[in-house]
Design a protein around this ligand. Sequence first.
Ligand SMILES: C[S@@+](CC[C@H](N)C(=O)[O-])C[C@H]1O[C@@H](n2cnc3c(N)ncnc32)[C@H](O)[C@@H]1O
Length: 282
Amino acid sequence: MYPTSLRTLLDEATRCLAAVSDTPRLDAEVLLAAALQRPRSYLFTWPERVPEPAQAARFAAWLERRRQGEPIAYLLGQREFWSLELRVTPDTLIPRPETELLVELALDRLPADQALTVADLGTGSGAIALALARERPRARLIATDRSAAALAVARDNAQRLGMAQIEFRQGDWCAALAGERCALIAANPPYLAAADPHAQRGDLRFEPRQALVAGPDGLEALRVIIATAPDVLTSGGWLLLEHGYDQGEAVPALLRERGFVAVGQHRDGAGLSRVSSGRWSA
Ligand SMILES: C[S@@+](CC[C@H](N)C(=O)[O-])C[C@H]1O[C@@H](n2cnc3c(N)ncnc32)[C@H](O)[C@@H]1O
């Protein structure tokens, strides 16, 4: 492709990605801007510029990997969540914008002036814990994951963003919180059924299976968390769970069955069922 202007590179890359991406132009712009180490606006300000050979080579390599389906976030090693620039690797789920609903619902339940204990179970890149720590600097946050590799990325993100109030623990769901009493537990656990074909499509093919899949019906992790959360919640403490759009009846039912009160069901901007909440009142 070298030597070619930015405009031509973008047009060719957009055509090249059209068959594999829903957003080929945007993907091409993001990758080209990153290869040049410039903001995207640079591409429109200087469309006739020709990139350096090393920049063109970096772009060509990323373009080919994107053509093979690799997510942009893994190619660039970063993804923005809650206005925080997070490092992500193939050991972590790529944080999704939908998960910001879980953060908003948690913030609604966390007064800013109290030093409460709050947990993020299955923290992955640390997205939820970091967003809560940013908004509630007085809270004591515990972020857990079963994956040591994911926790290493989350720790690194916390360090880079200067969030020293987060404690990281490796372990299985609520077992990692033994001895604690949390005012709020938030979790975005795996919730796809083992045979769900979505796990074999798009970005999901490249994400860790243990971050996506939870048993034959997708509810395995949610069941364990709901069953054990009362052991580590304060009386009046909240459990907030992200889940699949088609689990908006099953998850509230599990919460009620376990004895949670004030059970609620929350939809995202697209009207899809996303989060269920319940209060433990012992
Ligand atoms: C859907 S990802 C969510 C990651 C992150 N919270 C986010 O929203 O971007 C689920 C996470 O749960 C972790 N996980 C899976 N099984 C677990 C278990 N038994 N105990 C703790 N964490 C687990 C995975 O390693 C993964 O990081």
